[in-house]
Write a protein of this length. Structure first.
Length: 425
């Protein structure tokens, strides 16, 4: 007797299995002939572990147009706009917007998010607000908070002190933004400082590293050196790494082995990188996405992050990690079937590994969190970005949706009109 039974779903590896859930854990996976208090019929649908977003800015989300829109569309105007907004937004407003976003996320099957929190202003209202959000959503959504000195660790008088204050308040992860410090040397020093801070406190480390089109920006190699020095390995992540798009190929042939040696992970953010990078270019215009396939070929874990939804940097977004993977697939040209399947894994298992989430997956003993998608396979899910028919978090059904009415209205028409392929996609 299970509390919840998900019947007949297709798992990401193509196997068809029932999943029996007791309490907040997966109790059994296979052909299960058992009673359950509640049954979800997932026959013909994809059943996946939940989506995971390892890079987001929840203190800024859903603020699009406040105090005005980003007219140039650049990263720098976005930072400047945010600098105004963060000093006029109240804790209540920040909490309301973030909790609304968390509702969107849950409806999309996105159940774990790492969010950077700006620690620049001395009032630290963003930190206070995000700690409150983390507490509120904890029963159904896992939040990791990163102490993020948006204006630089050393560029403001209290930048360093405020990162330490945020960590003392309970923020989980050490951040950084070396390319925004005043000089290359101060950027490198910030990495030495922050890496030591993470190691001494036993915390994870996630740096906005070289989010620039400057091919000479060299902070990724310094970060890799510090990760190796402190043995942080997979507890450290380099976010964005967009300078690697523009770097000289010979230099990259030296850099990639250093990243692999460090064991650190990488988080490109394709929706934002394709939008913000290359803004100073005429033509040809650079894409600005880091070297995803090349890093993966070196054994480096690379996940896709979302970064922004409706904020000073990005005017769209729906909390759908399939949109993120879809854009990443295109920009990185990951069109081989094996690469498309990997893009789905990047927004599920790989991102969970990057965030060091415990007990993630669809095996007995794992946390009972999963999503049922109106698709036959991971590749079909990427093609359709379909409805999430059911979302289960820690053993509880937290979102449910009827099959797309448009699809139902086509039921009487020839099969070829339907968007889904007949049989497994
Ligand atoms: Fe970011």
């Amino acid at each position: 007797m299970f509390d919840l039974l998900v019947k007949g779903g297709t798992l990401p590896d193509g196997a068809v299995a029932d999943i029996g859930i007791t309490g907040d854990r997966i109790a059994a996976v296979g052909r299960l002939d058992a009673e359950a208090a509640k049954v979800i019929d997932a026959t013909g649908d994809l059943v996946s572990p939940p989506f995971v977003d390892p890079h987001f800015h929840m203190d800024a989300t859903l603020s699009f147009g406040l105090p005005r829109v980003n007219a140039s569309g650049t990263l720098l105007e976005g930072i400047s706009l945010w600098g105004e907004l963060r000093d006029i937004a109240t804790v209540e407003e920040l909490v309301d917007r973030a909790v609304t976003y968390c509702d969107w996320a849950v409806s999309m099957g996105l159940l774990a998010i790492r969010t950077h929190v700006d620690t620049t202003p001395d009032h630290l209202r963003g930190v206070e607000a995000m700690l409150e959000v983390k507490r509120r959503v904890a029963p159904y959504l896992d939040l990791q908070l990163v102490a993020f000195p948006q204006d630089g660790l050393y560029r403001t008088k209290t930048g360093r002190q405020n990162v330490l204050r945020a960590l003392d308040m309970g923020v989980d992860v050490v951040g950084g933004i070396p390319h925004f410090e005043r000089t290359m040397e101060e950027g490198a020093e910030s990495l030495r400082d922050l890496g030591r801070m993470a190691a001494e406190r036993g915390l994870m480390w996630d740096v906005h590293c070289d989010e620039t089109d400057d091919p000479m920006s060299r902070h990724v190699e310094t970060m890799a050196r510090e990760v190796t020095r402190h043995g942080l390995g997979g507890r450290a992540a380099g976010s964005h790494l967009t300078s690697m798009h523009s770097m000289d190929n010979y230099y990259v042939s030296k850099l990639l082995p250093l990243i692999a040696e460090a064991g650190m992970t990488a988080i490109p953010n394709p929706l934002i990188n394709i939008t913000l990078q290359g803004r100073h270019d005429t033509y040809p215009k650079r894409r600005g996405l880091t070297r995803v396939k090349e890093m993966q070929a070196m054994g480096i874990s690379v996940g896709w992050g979302q970064d922004c939804v409706l904020d000073p940097w990005y005017s769209l977004g729906t909390a759908d990690m399939l949109d993120v993977a879809f854009m990443g697939l295109h920009v990185a040209q990951m069109t081989h079937p094996a690469e498309m399947a990997r893009c789905f894994t990047m927004v599920t298992e790989t991102n969970a590994r990057i965030m060091n989430l415990p007990d993630y997956g669809l095996r007995p003993g794992c946390l009972a969190s999963l999503v049922v998608l109106d698709a036959g396979s991971p590749t079909e899910a990427l093609r359709l970005r379909p409805d999430r028919l059911a979302v289960v978090s820690k053993g509880k059904l937290v979102a449910e949706r009827r099959r797309n009415d448009a699809r139902l209205s086509l039921a009487g028409r020839p099969q070829s009109v339907r968007r889904r392929l007949p049989g497994p996609g």
